[in-house]
Design a protein around this ligand. Structure first.
Ligand code: PMP
Ligand code: GLN
Length: 410
């Protein structure tokens, strides 16, 4: 367990950047690792397995619904909490997949992606000195926003091993030790970026127990909820005792391959939605009018669509996993999501960040170092790890794999 508190005297924007490890000692700000690596891919023509976005379109019905909405004049501000058709589709989705009853009018808030949902939620509830507990590695936005809010980012490491079948797991005693009466929010991301872990019910139940004991809120980022490979995703809000203190966040970007549309949402008890809305309405106010009914269409697609999306991605995971392993990298096979974390140390690379900067020139592939998901003072145990995205077409992954095979050639 460890805490990250930005250095005193920083301006709020510098604190934000420092939280995500983007503030250099001379005060300059680096681009996010995703932006840097996507730019490097564009410059070099390398295959971009860095930033997680699909390279093909999602379901035709969803795209067509957006076109139709634009043609039908759905082009002005939607209601502040989101269009009723989408809020109702989100409520129906929770009932259909998880058996959770949600009031579409008061317990759902549409946001500009999961990112705005996370920002508005943390800014609504985290005050100076409050602790925000997450696992580490963590999605970079958590650290940036916690720092902007003046919070202390307390992390609990996920441990991994090369044993077959083992994944990335937290130690429950370390989690118990991390949560105290100073904890305002426990922020859980399952399915998890970057590791692809899906936390078991024991871990999620412990989060609920600790949140109750210390009167903390649970914020749960479930943007990869439909992209699991043979394991069951349990939303924390479905666990006994969780509902009244849980803000569930998801997004259409991953499920429907529409990452550029930025349609996300929050599901929470009405008083918590009201609190988040108080902040959210001065961030974007609203967004994406024609995309909202289109995502409502997507959420109503038959089960087959969701099963096929996961199965397609699972086959892509297997292709990349086999290629990385054949190239001599050590991987943990992810149970979900878009990414595989690979250890480059068996090939003699100790510094994943340096390797990622060299990779486009060396073999024509881009990945991102896992150290981008870890605070600067704790990068040691993650330093040789690289995250590769497999949300790409089969032929693109085949080409990437054949290029990565060249890595061991020195
Ligand atoms: N949370 C996680 C874990 C993510 O991986 C991402 C990005 N894909 C987001 C949140 C942001 O989602 P959105 O693009 O909907 O803002
Ligand atoms: N969520 C995507 C990823 O992890 C990228 C989002 C971003 O660029 N901020 O790759």
């Amino acid at each position: 367990m460890s805490d990250f508190i930005p250095a005193p005297g920083l301006a709020p924007w510098q604190r934000t950047a420092a939280g995500a490890g983007l503030l250099a000692p001379d005060g300059t700000i680096a681009a996010t690792i995703f932006a840097e690596m996507s730019a490097l891919a564009a410059q070099t023509g390398a295959i971009n397995l860095g930033q997680g976005f699909p390279d093909e379109d999602g379901p035709a019905e969803v795209l067509e619904a957006a076109r139709r909405a634009i043609a039908d004049g759905v082009n002005q501000y939607p209601p502040g909490t989101g269009m009723p058709v989408l809020r109702e589709a989100i409520a129906a989705h929770q009932r259909r997949w998880y058996g959770i009853e949600v009031d579409a009018a008061s317990e759902v808030l549409v946001t500009a992606g999961a990112t705005e949902a996370l920002a508005a939620t943390l800014l609504a509830f985290v005050d100076a000195g409050d602790e925000v507990v997450t696992f580490e590695p963590y999605y970079d936005a958590y650290a940036a926003i916690a720092a902007r809010a003046g919070g202390v980012h307390r992390t609990v490491p996920l441990h991994w091993s090369r044993e077959p079948g083992s994944g990335w797991r937290p130690d429950h005693d370390e989690l118990r030790e991390a949560v105290t009466d100073r904890t305002r929010v426990i922020l859980v991301n399952s399915p998890h970026n970057p590791t692809g872990a899906v936390f078991d019910v024991e871990t999620l139940s412990l989060v609920v127990e600790l949140a109750e004991r210390h009167d903390a809120l649970i914020v749960t980022d479930e943007v990869y909820e439909h992209l699991t490979f043979g394991v069951v995703h349990t939303p924390i809000a479905a666990l006994p005792g969780a509902r009244s203190r849980t803000i569930s966040i998801s997004s259409a970007g991953k499920t429907f391959s529409t990452t550029g549309w930025k349609i996300g949402w929050i599901i929470a008890p009405a008083p918590l939605v009201t609190a988040v809305l108080a902040v959210k309405q001065y961030l974007t106010y609203v967004n994406g009018a024609p995309f909202q009914p289109a995502i409502a269409t997507g959420l109503g697609l038959p089960d087959r669509f969701f099963a096929d999306a996961a199965a397609t991605l699972e086959a892509r995971r297997d292709l990349l996993a086999a290629g990385l392993t054949a190239a001599g990298l050590a991987i943990t096979l992810p149970d979900s999501g878009y990414f595989i974390v690979a250890d480059a140390s068996p090939l003699g690379y100790a510094d994943g960040a340096a390797l990622c900067r060299e990779l486009p020139g060396r073999v024509g592939v881009v990945g991102v170092p896992v150290t981008a998901f870890v605070h600067p003072d704790r990068q040691g145990s993650y330093s040789s790890l690289v995250r590769f995205a497999f949300c790409k077409r089969h032929e693109v992954l085949e080409e990437a794999v054949s290029r990565i095979a060249g890595l061991s050639a020195g």
